[in-house]
Design a protein around this ligand. Structure first.
Ligand SMILES: N[C@@H](CCC(=O)N[C@@H](CS)C(=O)NCC(=O)O)C(=O)O
Length: 206
């Protein structure tokens, strides 16, 4: 699965920032430690410790912080209307992520079938169509260059496009072109596609 920390790592990579990474959660544990909860109240990943020592949590808030502190005008627009558009796509990324999750669940469950997975795609066509319409009219979500909106959504776009070819998702030509554009970015390759692609993609393989 793409994880919220994949997109934070990608953001750090796009900005060319140096960092120390400390793994927590899963086999590493530590999410329930009082010291971790003091930094990240829900005990989830990721947490970013800023140079001031402040602990930041929630991946999209971390992306906005990093882009405000280190990004260009294009990455996180200063104009309030343009900024609101970028943030709207960031927020809507949750709906897109849920749709991608439901499609993946349909082909990865033990009782998965190609027909069932195709039906799941059809059920999500309304949500995918929103993104498709936008990306048919612009190369990136907020226009001609990468922004925080793409940083929030790209991991899920990657996961969608990595679904089995039989699902026919390449009919979303705008989403596919955007994803191919993201795959040309070294930071996306390092922190998203090389990580997420390594995980299996077979119908009926939970
Ligand atoms: N909305 C949160 C979601 C955080 C979240 O669910 N993180 C997962 C990572 S996949 C987590 O901490 N899972 C617990 C674990 O991996 O042990 C964010 O974007 O930061």
């Amino acid at each position: 699965m793409p994880r919220p920390d994949d997109r934070v790592m990608w953001t750090l990579g796009e900005l060319g920032l140096a960092y120390d990474r400390i793994d927590v959660g899963g086999p590493f544990g530590g999410l329930d430690d009082g010291s971790y909860r003091a930094m990240n109240p829900p005990g989830r990943i990721p947490t970013l410790i800023a140079p001031s020592g402040a602990a930041l949590w929630e991946s999209k808030a971390i992306i906005r912080y990093l882009a405000s502190a280190h990004g260009s005008e294009e990455l996180y627009p200063r104009d309030l209307v343009l900024r609101a558009h970028a943030e709207a796509w960031m927020d809507w990324a949750d709906a897109f992520a849920s749709a991608v999750g439901r499609i993946r669940a349909a082909y990865r469950s033990a009782e998965a079938s190609l027909e069932g997975a195709r039906l799941a795609c059809d059920r999500e066509a309304g949500i995918l169509g929103v993104l498709e319409a936008r990306l048919l009219s612009a190369p990136y979500l907020t226009g001609s260059v990468l922004s925080v909106a793409d940083l929030a959504m790209g991991v899920w776009g990657h996961r969608l496009m990595r679904c089995p070819i039989e699902l026919g998702l390449t009919r979303f030509a705008g989403i596919e072109s955007w994803w191919r554009r993201l795959c040309e970015r070294p930071a996306f390759r390092e922190h998203v596609s090389s990580v997420v692609s390594a995980r299996p993609q077979h119908i009926g393989t939970p």
